[in-house]
Design a binder for this molecule. Structure first.
Ligand code: ATP
Length: 299
């Protein structure tokens, strides 16, 4: 099959950044392409904000390079192609949502229509309200709409769904999926791993300024060999917890839950020792398990 060349919209190559003696990024590579969502994950202090700062030209790398649409992130033309939803917004409280959207749209030669911005961000019924009088979750949705006004080819979403209720979060996820399907590239940071699991084409896990894993969600998950085994059994938890290859075991009544390095030897032994065992389930670890294991290993 012919491969379509899809160059990165934003890219860090061997990027290093320190603050005094604190190394924030230790030579990392990241690339975001059109039509894909890259989730940048990592515990507090991992370097995510620093990476975004380099890609947006808010900070300069000490070593390595940052490119935006193939240009320096300081280029105005390159920055025009980006939509931003950062953690601090600095939006004037006294303006109405409609005024904010019209003002932001006026900065661009070919802005997205007001109706599309309202629909994508779920702002129906809010546009005549003053920004300062909205709830935190509603303000977050306005910030999302403002990020879309210029029809960006690349969106930076830094913790976009913090403070949103479940329905609003689902609405935002749907809009993000539509934008990606339309060819937009998205760099997402989130502390909700189910958000990355649900939206990301690829994930990069950072820890202490280094990339500790990158790939598709499935690939990162596969870094973790552990399996979660559940069954109904009369075996005692204390006994199972002693078996080789068992990391942990817990029970809720007769429902046993075991985390093991590999499933087969443990399942074989469970069946051998408890003829009455039922309801056996084996699962691969989720992204959350992988993330915890990867960042703990690196520590
Ligand atoms: P969080 O999830 O908490 O937002 P993060 O992954 O975005 O964290 P960064 O803010 O990029 O992490 O910080 C990376 C490291 O650099 C941390 O150790 C942080 O303390 C340090 N750091 C960040 N900004 C500065 C600064 N202006 N001066 C000194 N150290 C800084």
């Amino acid at each position: 099959m012919a491969r379509v060349f899809n160059p990165p919209l934003a890219e860090l190559v061997g990027a290093r950044k320190r603050y005094g003696r604190q190394v924030a990024l230790d030579g990392i590579d990241i690339a975001v392409r059109g039509g894909e969502l890259l989730a940048l994950l990592g515990p507090n202090g991992a370097g995510k904000t620093t990476a975004i700062g380099l890609l947006l030209g808010l900070l300069d790398a000490d070593d390595g390079s940052a490119r935006l649409f193939g240009e320096s992130p300081h280029s105005l033309a390159a920055r025009r192609g980006v939509g931003l939803m950062l953690q601090s917004a600095g939006i004037p409280d006294t303006l109405k949502v409609r005024e904010l959207l019209e003002l932001t749209r006026s900065y661009y030669p070919d802005p997205r229509s007001l109706a599309d911005c309202v629909a994508l961000a779920g702002l129906d019924g809010l546009i005549e309200r003053r920004y300062g009088k909205l709830s935190g979750g509603q303000q977050r949705r306005v910030q999302f709409a403002l990020a879309l006004c210029g029809r960006p080819r690349l969106l930076f979403l830094d913790e976009p769904t913090t403070g949103l209720d479940i329905e609003a979060r689902q609405g935002l996820w749907k809009a993000i999926r539509e934008l990606v399907a339309d060819g937009c590239g998205v760099l997402l940071t989130t502390h909700y791993l189910e958000e990355a699991e649900s939206l990301a084409d690829r994930v990069v896990v950072l820890n202490r300024g280094e990339v500790v894993a990158s790939g598709t969600v499935a690939e990162v998950r596969a870094h973790v060999s552990q399996r979660r085994i559940r069954c109904q059994s009369s075996l005692s938890v204390a006994r199972v917890a002693q078996w080789p290859g068992v990391r942990s075991a817990s029970a809720d009544g007769e429902r046993l839950e075991i985390v093991a390095d590999a499933a087969e030897p443990v399942v074989r032994r469970l069946l051998a020792e408890d003829a009455g065992l039922s309801d056996l389930e084996v699962q691969r670890a989720g992204l959350a398990d992988a993330f915890i294991e990867l960042t703990r290993e690196a520590a």
